[in-house]
Write a new protein. Sequence first.
Lengths: 175, 642
Amino acid sequence: MKRLLIWLPLAIFLGFFALFASGLLKPDDRVITSKLVGKTLPAFSLPAAASDRPGLASTELATGKPRLLNIFASWCLPCAAEAPQLMALAQQGVNIDAIAIRDARADVDRFLARYGNPYARIGLDARSNVQIALGSSGVPESFVIDGKGRIVYQHVGDIRADDVPMILQRLKDAQ
Amino acid sequence: MIAEAGLIALWLAFALALLQLTLAGFGLAGGKPELLGSVRPVAVAQGVLVGIAFALLITLFLRSDMSVALVVTNSHSMKPWLYKFAGTWGNHEGSMLLWVTVMGVAGAAVALFERALRRDTHMATLGGQAAISLGFYAFLLFSSNPFARVDPPAPDGQGLNPLLQDPGLAFHPPTLYLGYVGLSVAFSFAIGALLTRRVDAAFARAMRPWVLAAWVLLTLGITAGSYWAYYELGWGGWWFWDPVENASLMPWLAATALLHSVTVLATRDALRAWTVMLAVIAFSMSMVGTFLVRSGILTSVHAFAVDPERGTFILVLLGFYIGGALALFGWRVGAVREGAPFELVSRETMLVVNNLLLSVILGLVLIGTLYPLMTEAFGHKVSVGAPYFDRIAGPVALILMLVMAAGPLTRWRRDKLGLVARRLLVPGAIALLVAVVLATVAWGRIGVLPLLGLTVALSVGAASVAPLWKRNLRRTPLFTWGMVIAHLGCAVSLAGMACDSAFTVEKLAAVRVGDTVQAGDWKLRLLQISPIAGDNWTALQADMEAVRGGGRAVTLHPQSRFFASPATATTEAALLTRWNGQLYVVLGQEAEDGRWQLRIWWKPFVTLIWLGGVMIALGGALALVGRERRGWLLKWRGRALA
């Protein structure tokens, strides 16, 4: 009994060692899978955020064709960095709508004048209520919505140039 | 040239550590005892060289040498000099260099100052210390070279995490590291004693001062770190059960247990195998903590150097040293005869219970910290938060405190339960009184755990000074004072924790300039918000006026700061310390309608938490000085007689 007890610490340590090794060798899994994928969009209706685009309601996103819903803000730097990719997507015929978070109309107008306007409709979410309902924690984020108004994919962070083909593929798959 | 000189010094230190291990090995086991004479000088030289390497890295940081990669990524020429200095260890490579420096210098100190240990165990200990150092030297030289150059030199650095630009950072990590890594000496002592099979009272007496010194520094480091997190992170909390905090707490728990078991071994020659085990575990916990933090397998706010390749390297070191030490333990400890037996009611038993409870807490913290990793191995993702630790470790810690009250009032060898109970009469009466008063005044308003905490704190406070009762205070030995002050410090700290969780008033408000907010007894008025600029930051600063009762108004200046390089914002809380608590004010964002968010806490007696920590460390320091001075006095008398 005592002889066994003496080796117990080593046995416990080897267990921990195996645990650490498995934790290290396991491929990193940092991709966050959204809980909202596959669910219908929450119902909302937002006033216009820009002077030359209408506001946005959830019903307008279920049009039978897949759309991209972009969450942005004029005060957000990565959103400005993302703008060229959104313009490129719009030029390839993607329908993009947006929700501006905690923003003011004059600021959104300035932002769009400066970085371009790829959006069909822009809703103003002054208190982040819709953003929270969408399970979005920051700006920018983008959602691929299928024709029935269901969320197919959530992209956290800005869309980089090398993300564009993937986004296009997701939109195509959503048809 | 400085960087190259530093790298050369590091390589030389590595070579000397190899030499130190070889000399000790052949001297002890290879039949060449004449080699042992060189072990101590080599150990000292190794300590000096690694010290030089570290001093050179500090120089590079102070001179903002932008041809060195580490300086480029972690410093900036505009930074105040104190933060350039602190930037030396505010990164992975620098902190690992600090790690080996502490090991090398501690080894040199053992070579120079250790006189009580048997010669063969002493040499084996130095060999062990060199063996552990070797792995970490290799880690630095092959995987994390702090002196690497960049070509061409960068125009300027990339700054330092603004959270780390705080005077606290200049002192808390080095202190913590001194303690954390200082425990390597206890580890090496254990290895040495296992190799020479000499685990006895004399060994314990030799090891005790080293354990005490490391433990004192570790205690100070944890206390300072907790205060730093409290005022810098702006959450009003003082302990977050973050993996990195746990990584410093676990060695502390093991070292605290070791400190008590080594006393049993030194005084009564009992608990031999257990003490050796704890000495191995204490530093093992330091290494496991470093691995958890650096490998990135647990996410933590402190993780500044997440790199799986480095993680693999540390894991190999971990397996080699801890696995090796535990195997040696299994192989050799059978040859260590058990020491003197003792009665059930005795100081020894109390200390055994103390050890068991500390080990239980250590186990609970370890499991809580690693639980996310364990479940992930089976495909689930969970995170373990403060509620687990509070609810699970809290009650065990309270029981531990009770044992701490009774332990010093129990005699060595044999005592009577009735006598111990009689000595505990006064603290017990206080506990009862406090519990009754608190229960009638605040039942339902404060939680059960804080209520128990306050009760235990006050009774343990009374019990911990009881050993001085009816003693001639001037003739009481310094180490008894040390124990009393350290135990009292635990009670003081616990009282602070309980008061903080029971009576803290929190207020969230949105106010316009000119408005007044009430938080507890305090009335705060927002006078104005103005921009100000510092060395490498700009800030919005609120001028506020705080009044309590009819007292004089005091001004407070909470800020939200913006750093240019790298672009980050931090909150600088304004703290107002009074004898009975702290007012803690954080300035938040401006809302659209011109109102400012303010978070205000009134935290009664929260400062006791850190005061207690300092008292615990002071107690340890007094015990250390007391024991050492007694040794010097005895030696001096012996010489005078001869």
